[in-house]
Design a protein around this ligand. Structure first.
Ligand SMILES: C[S@@+](CC[C@H](N)C(=O)[O-])C[C@H]1O[C@@H](n2cnc3c(N)ncnc32)[C@H](O)[C@@H]1O
Length: 243
């Protein structure tokens, strides 16, 4: 929240959209230096709560609507969109920005402006895809982190991610999962790693595979950004053994 506060209080100006405003907190930080803030929220009762929270700030208009279906009458200098989730799978950040980006003025900015995803092979006991919270489920990292994707919110991003990734093993053990960690690029000099509230690392089980230091695995990973955790598929196979 401190990172978002610093970015918004320094950079919000002119016409601002806050997409997925929730309680309205980010709009309230944008209002003092902006001409007008459109705070958009799809959920009716949440939008009513935002309206109540923001009632004393007369340059904020709360709009209860699906941001992907809205036509805005004024273009934005700044688009704030905090519908973040690990690898952007379980929230609508990408579909929403893909539809609204055309309303951003030339030279306009988004807050945050992107994310970086990293993946690691882990030894873990879980049959289900889950978030790592307070160190649970316990997991042992067996390989090098691979920074496998970087997304810039100013550019169109296909919602489907589908790739084969090469993973290097550093420690012997049994690979039974992969862990995705997402770093949020709030501004050029504010990068936020996972916190219990924002983008906890995601653990995805894979076939149990005995590995030794120096082995290389090929991981097939696919998911739909905005498609939910049910869209995730992951398979591994050993492509190179140390001996
Ligand atoms: C993770 S919450 C973030 C709330 C707020 N931005 C914050 O930082 O506290 C995402 C919000 O986006 C809203 N939302 C999801 N999809 C939306 C859409 N298509 N259009 C507008 N709001 C949406 C959800 O109802 C939820 O309130």
């Amino acid at each position: 929240m401190a990172g978002f506060y610093e970015a918004i209080s320094k950079k919000a100006k002119g016409i601002v959209y806050d997409l997925g405003t929730g309680s309205g907190i980010l709009s309230s930080w944008a209002a003092p230096n902006s001409e007008l803030v459109y705070a958009v929220e799809i959920n009716k009762s949440i939008a009513e709560r935002a309206r109540a929270n923001l009632k004393d700030l007369d340059n904020i208009e709360v709009i209860c609507a699906d941001a992907t279906k809205l036509s805005f009458s004024k273009k934005a200098d700044v688009i704030i969109c905090e519908m973040l989730d690990t690898a952007l799978i379980d929230e609508e950040q990408i579909p929403v920005l893909n539809s609204v980006r055309k309303y951003l003025k030339d030279g306009g900015i988004t807050i945050p402006y992107g994310i970086i995803n990293c993946i690691e092979p882990v030894q873990v006991e879980t049959e289900y895809i889950c978030y790592e919270e307070d160190g649970h489920p316990q997991n042992r990292v067996l390989g090098e982190p691979l920074f496998y994707s970087r997304i810039n919110f100013l550019s169109y991003t296909a919602t489907t991610f589908k790739e084969y990734l090469d993973i290097k093993i550093k420690t012997s053990g049994i690979v039974s999962g992969v862990k995705i960690t997402t770093f949020t690029l709030i501004t050029n000099n504010i990068i936020c790693g996972p916190t219990p509230m924002l983008n906890s690392p995601l653990i995805i089980p894979v076939e149990r595979t005995n590995v030794y230091s120096g082995d290389e695995l090929q991981l097939y990973l696919s998911y739909e950004m905005g498609g939910g955790l049910g869209s995730v598929r992951a398979r591994i196979k050993k492509i190179h053994s140390r001996s």
